[in-house]
Design a protein around this ligand. Structure first.
Ligand code: NAD
Length: 359
């Protein structure tokens, strides 16, 4: 089969990590007889330089005609002085909106070969970490009504509003239930229902929905407790369902306990099969252009794409197996090096994973 993929290379290390992921996808295609067609499109700083705006219309149009999009990263010091709506990161928020991507899926898995990079105590770490954070992406306080009000007496004030509707909660919870079905059938729904009305509605709605999924165990947890439990006993978590701001914070915490930022993948999903797949790291301007970036987060994002948007489970597993095999051979980029590692650059790491797939 032919699969159409839009590639948003972006800025900084974006083009380097995307090139490595493309090499891996081509190997997976060669092995399985599928063909991946890539269309490179602009977003972020690269788009600002080329057309004066962070998200050109053409990018959205091409993405809409693709089965999935792969994104490197956007942003960098060159564009930091621009007003908010013209900054590269504005492209990210806009593309999520334009493509109706309301669910952010972030797996945090401690790979066996990278156990030593986990900052937690060995007895905690050895319980295993394999968590998927399902974060609502287009609602809540980041999109609510806000203002900064000046007062004559100088005591200015500002406010932001957390707002969720039943429909918004239902559609993100549905994603979590669907993901949990294919995993350990356990969801922890995180909120702040002891204080916030929006959280109490969240809790009621998720509870009500859980009746439709009798084989899935749903537990509620307050966000402050969840932050503690993630470092105290991460193996208790399987799927974590939460809103935009809590998910922003908890998914970074979950990422950190699994080691390097260079290996963590993510997907942003909407109603249909289309997804935007991207590493969780930024454009790393400090190492851009030096072939020192770790492409594994982007490669694993591509594996998520194969499984989620294209239903190619076996091919996705082959990519993940190849990543593990290369790491077990102690072939590493500098950010995850250990004693005796063969240290390789971004390009070589991509090639090594591709070769492992074709072995
Ligand atoms: P960053 O993730 O780019 O970098 C943080 C640190 O991690 C740096 O030292 C970097 O060298 C290292 N690092 C990141 N990815 C790596 C990789 N794949 N391999 C090896 N090392 C890696 O975060 P930052 O420095 O806060 O942000 C830099 C730029 O990226 C900013 O303009 C920011 O707005 C942007 N950003 C973009 C996204 C995105 O596109 N989704 C996400 C976060 C930050």
């Amino acid at each position: 089969m032919n699969y159409k993929i839009s590639v948003i290379d972006g800025d900084g290390i974006g083009p380097e990590v995307c090139a490595a992921a493309i090499a891996v996808l081509n190997a997976a295609g060669k092995k399985s007889g599928h063909k991946f067609e890539f269309s490179h499109v602009l977003m972020g700083g690269a788009a600002i330089d080329a057309c004066g705006e962070p998200l050109p219309k053409k990018t959205v149009e091409i993405c809409k005609k693709s089965g999935a999009a792969l994104l490197g990263a956007v942003g960098g010091p060159k564009w930091d002085g621009l007003p908010g709506h013209l900054r590269p990161e504005a492209g990210l928020l806009r593309i999520r909106k334009a493509l109706g991507l309301y669910a952010n899926i972030r797996p945090a898995i401690l790979l066996d070969a990278l156990k030593e990079t986990c900052p937690l105590r060995a007895d905690i770490r050895d319980g295993g970490i394999d968590i998927v954070v399902v974060r609502e992406l287009t609602g809540g306080i980041y999109f609510g009504k806000r203002n900064t009000v000046s007062r004559k007496n100088g005591n200015d004030y500002a406010y932001d509003t957390e707002k969720y509707s039943v429909k918004e909660i239902e559609r993100i919870a549905e994603k979590a239930f669907e993901i949990a079905k294919k995993r350990k059938k356990k969801i922890v729904s995180v909120d702040k229902a002891n204080v916030l009305d929006s959280s109490r509605l969240w809790r009621r709605t998720v509870r009500k929905m859980s009746a439709e999924y009798p084989d899935i165990e749903v537990t509620d947890m307050l966000v402050d407790n969840a932050a503690m439990q993630l470092v105290k006993n991460p193996s208790q978590f399987d799927v974590v369902l939460t809103g935009n701001m809590f998910g922003d914070i908890l998914s970074d915490e979950a990422a950190m306990i699994t080691g390097s930022i260079g290996i963590l993948a993510s997907a942003s999903l909407g109603k249909g099969r289309f997804g935007l797949y991207e590493p969780i790291h930024g454009s790393a301007p400090d190492i851009a252009g030096t072939d020192r970036a770790n492409p594994i987060a982007t490669v694993l994002s591509a594996a998520m794409m194969l499984r989620t948007s294209f239903d190619l489970d076996a091919e996705a597993a082959a990519v993940e197996r190849a990543v593990n095999a290369v790491l077990k051979k102690n072939i590493r980029t500098a950010d995850i090096k250990e004693n005796g590692s063969e240290i390789v650059g971004c390009k070589r790491m991509g090639e090594a994973i591709a070769e492992e797939i074709l072995r």
